[in-house]
Write a new protein. Structure first.
Length: 246
């Protein structure tokens, strides 16, 4: 598990996180839940501001959100009144055994204490239920996106995740994988706002934050694909892993 200070840092920027972070394609959510008909009982684990939860609600499911950061939970309930939000973590969910048809988590699996989280997720799932982590990853085949990732200290890639996430413990089937491409359109200010929601930025010193701001603005003004552009297309790949509770 990585630094808990970084993991809990997002609550200080909950509104910006919800505004600038990308949504999940409906096709990715449907693939994650293949064989689970609506309305099913789902858990959005480490739910943040409810971006994933709202996507699941739109598919007709009942969603319980579990989130450790108070600031994120407060924002979640303010924008998603149909989501039940509980304080908890991947290692300790305040839910009974066999509660959920599926547990999903977006952008958060890397924060988990994996052995403890796997056991807890298995406890909360019914037999045959699904565990599905999802990641929205920038498409690094685009040159300026590679430079943005360097500036913002964003390291995750499709290849790295597929190689490092090999199983979810003995209580789950081997993970299946799928990828879905999509894009968001941002103004230059919104792109800077997106960078400011990263954990490395939120926990950085004021001097380091100013340096990152300067580098992003320089990229926006000098890169030939970005200069003078008021509508910037940021390409993403949504990576989904899916395993079933044995």
């Amino acid at each position: 598990m990585t630094d808990p200070t970084q993991a809990l840092s997002f609550g200080t920027a909950a509104a910006d996180y919800d505004r600038y972070r990308p949504r999940y394609p409906q096709a990715a959510l449907r693939w994650a839940l293949d064989g689970i008909d609506a309305p099913a009982r789902l858990v959005d684990l480490a739910a943040g501001t409810g971006i994933l939860a709202r996507g699941l609600l739109a598919l007709g499911h009942r969603v319980t959100a579990v989130e450790p950061a108070p600031g994120m939970r407060t924002h979640l309930t303010s924008v998603g009144s149909d989501v039940r939000a509980l304080a908890g973590s991947a290692e300790a969910m305040p839910l009974p055994g066999g509660f959920a048809d599926a547990v999903l988590t977006g952008q958060a699996y890397h924060w988990f204490d994996r052995p403890r989280a796997h056991a807890e997720i298995a406890r909360v799932l019914r037999p045959g239920g699904v565990f599905a982590p999802l990641w929205n990853l920038r498409d690094d085949s685009c040159g300026w996106v590679v430079e943005l990732s360097r500036i913002a200290e964003i390291g995750d890639t499709v290849e790295h995740l597929r190689q490092s996430v090999t199983d979810f413990g003995d209580l789950f089937t081997a993970p299946e994988w799928a990828e879905f491409t999509h894009a968001t359109t941002l103004t230059p200010d919104e792109l800077l706002g997106l960078v400011r929601t990263r954990s490395h930025y939120l926990t950085a010193t004021p001097a380091r934050r100013a340096e990152v701001d300067h580098q992003v603005r320089t990229l926006l003004h000098t890169h030939p694909d970005l200069a003078d552009q008021q509508a910037i297309t940021l390409p993403y790949t949504t990576l989904v892993a899916r395993a079933r509770r044995t």
